[in-house]
Design a protein around this ligand. Structure first.
Ligand code: S5P
Length: 287
């Protein structure tokens, strides 16, 4: 990988994401929590204009086609270029460095070839973050030498550290979160930000993006009954806040799964989330 960026430089994907946010008036990441590869692609096509990030769980998808140029990953990458969004594979790496490298580049999904962003738990320690970064750098070099595909997005890969989780009773306490922040600062050439419930930037050089799951619209504003209630948990301990609350905390992106995937009209629902989050984001910036 190229020499590390200056202390206060944001990761190129973070800079690009901020540009997409400003140009698309969107802080929305739709999480494709559905189990069919074709439906996942249809969802990306439908919500593409309203989003800045499309999050996948490749391992829950039936019918994944691993062909390098015509398969599911390649088709999703084409949709990302068409609608201008980043692809985030929510793989939550959590193994030793060597195994994580294999999981990132190999197997059925070959994640590094189509996902701009992946995420990791830091439980195994910081060498695993370095290991993923090395695999990303190897892919970047290969892609450049192969001529790459013409793409407005930077041809590099980024990592989000899971610094805080949305589920009730999780064990990611403040000490754990502060270790995430330390690792992010140390490896900022690859780490672009956090999955967290609030922004964690506190030093002048910090330019990490914050993406926040556990987001739902209050029932009185909801156009259908697909949502969970903010302030309450789903039956399995997921906790929700409103797009407005999350944006007013200073987070950059809301992550919404079932609230949009299970809606009668996901395209319309995505627009509703986009607008609620964007209005609150503007309000926060003007404060
Ligand atoms: O702390 C977290 C981290 C993640 S990445 N809590 C989460 O819910 N997620 C993911 O966000 C989760 O895996 C799911 O894909 C999505 C939230 O889905 P929803 O249906 O509750 O909106």
């Amino acid at each position: 990988m190229a020499s590390p960026p200056p202390e206060d430089a944001a990761h190129p994907l973070t800079t690009y994401l901020q540009r997409l946010i400003a140009e698309k008036h969107s802080n929305l990441c739709v999480s494709a929590d559905i189990t069919c590869a074709t439906s996942m692609l249809s969802l990306a096509e439908a919500v593409g204009p309203s989003i800045v990030v499309f999050k996948t769980h490749a391992d829950i998808l039936a019918g994944w086609d691993s062909h390098p140029t015509t398969g599911t990953g390649a088709q999703l990458a084409a949709l990302a270029r068409k609608h201008r969004f980043l692809i985030f594979e929510d793989r939550k790496f959590a193994d030793i460095g060597s195994t994580c490298q294999l999981q990132y580049v190999g197997g059925l999904h070959q994640i590094v070839t189509w996902a701009h962003i992946v995420n990791a738990h830091i439980l195994p320690g910081k060498d695993m973050v370095r290991a993923l970064g090395e695999s990303a750098a190897a892919w970047e070099a290969l892609n450049v030498s192969a001529g790459g595909i013409e793409d407005e997005a930077p041809s590099c890969r980024g990592l989000l550290l899971l610094a805080q989780m949305s589920s009730a009773g999780n064990f990611l306490d403040e000490t754990y979160t502060s270790h995430c922040v330390a690792i992010a600062r140390e490896q900022r050439d690859f780490v672009m930000g956090y999955i967290a419930q609030r922004p964690l930037n506190s030093l002048p050089g910090d330019a990490f993006v914050t993406m926040t799951p556990g987001c739902s619209i209050p029932p009185q504003e909801s156009l259908d009954d697909s949502e969970f209630v903010p302030g309450e948990e789903d039956p399995l301990g997921q906790q929700y806040n409103t797009p407005r609350d999350i944006m007013l905390r200073g987070c950059d992106v809301i992550i919404v799964g079932r609230g949009i995937c299970n809606a009668k009209d996901p395209k319309m629902k995505a627009e509703q989330y986009r607008k609620l989050a964007w209005d609150a984001y503007v309000e926060k910036r003007e404060k």
